[in-house]
Design a protein around this ligand. Sequence first.
Ligand code: SF4
Length: 304
Amino acid sequence: MLNKLKILKEIKKHKAKKIFLQIPEGLKTKALDLVGFLEKNGLTVYLSAETCYGACDLRNREAEVLGCDLILHLGHSDMGIKTNIPVVYYEVRINYNPVPVLKKYTDLLKPYEKISLLTTVQFLSALEKAKEFLEKQGKTILMKKPNKAKYPGQVLGCDYSAAVEKADCFLFIGSGEFHPLGLAERTEKPVFFLDVEKGVIKRMENRLYRIKFAGIEKCKEMKRFGILVSVKPGQFNPNLAERIKKALESKGKRAWVLVFDEITPEKIMGLGLECLVNCACPRITEDVGLFKKPVLGPEDVKKL
Ligand code: SF4
């Protein structure tokens, strides 16, 4: 999964000597082996022990403090964050063939002529195989370059702009329901999820709609709002937080901007807040029940 020689070659292109290594949780078991390999090749390596959920979470400040000359960021694709130190993004790809599953579910997709194909960075090669197969079945496959993510058809939890609206339906290929659910929340059209782990395709419902609606209704009566801001470079949006604060105050609410690195519920225990508005990673809004109080997205504030 990790091609150490390829990683070393990328580092050498930058003539770097001191590396700041970021590795997502799913690959952490391979971290020390990689550090050992890089050290044997004459490099100094600092391994970030912080969790890393996306390329939004570039640890450029720590890397600068440590005097590193390169950040090696594993598992995610570049989302265009500007840094003083060069960054090598090493994407991890999984070779998966979706065709046998697509063959099994031909009838399910029969009514749809134009299909917008989507995935995460790991399964990009599966999109190509799916496209080829579906085109042979007479479908028109739509894929477009997203705003923050890097590749046509690639989605992030904070960027579904690769979804082509004029499609008759969306087909997401990947693992885990987080992204196809997020997609179902943003469109009226059918969203299908080809689950690479279970080898099935199922239609996703917008399960969050009722929970979100109930949260907004509750917040109408409430007075004390916390506005969540993260300093992670790809999530940092203080201007949005300021606008939300003003909007809440104009509706007679009290609102405080709360600044975090990683946003977790225990950090705000004891503040007596009744509701939260999330201006950071959308995963926080969609992780229902985590904060034991309603968490709204910025777009919900106008509905209060
Ligand atoms: S903000 Fe959230 S969804 Fe977007 S890249 Fe970061 S972790 Fe992923």
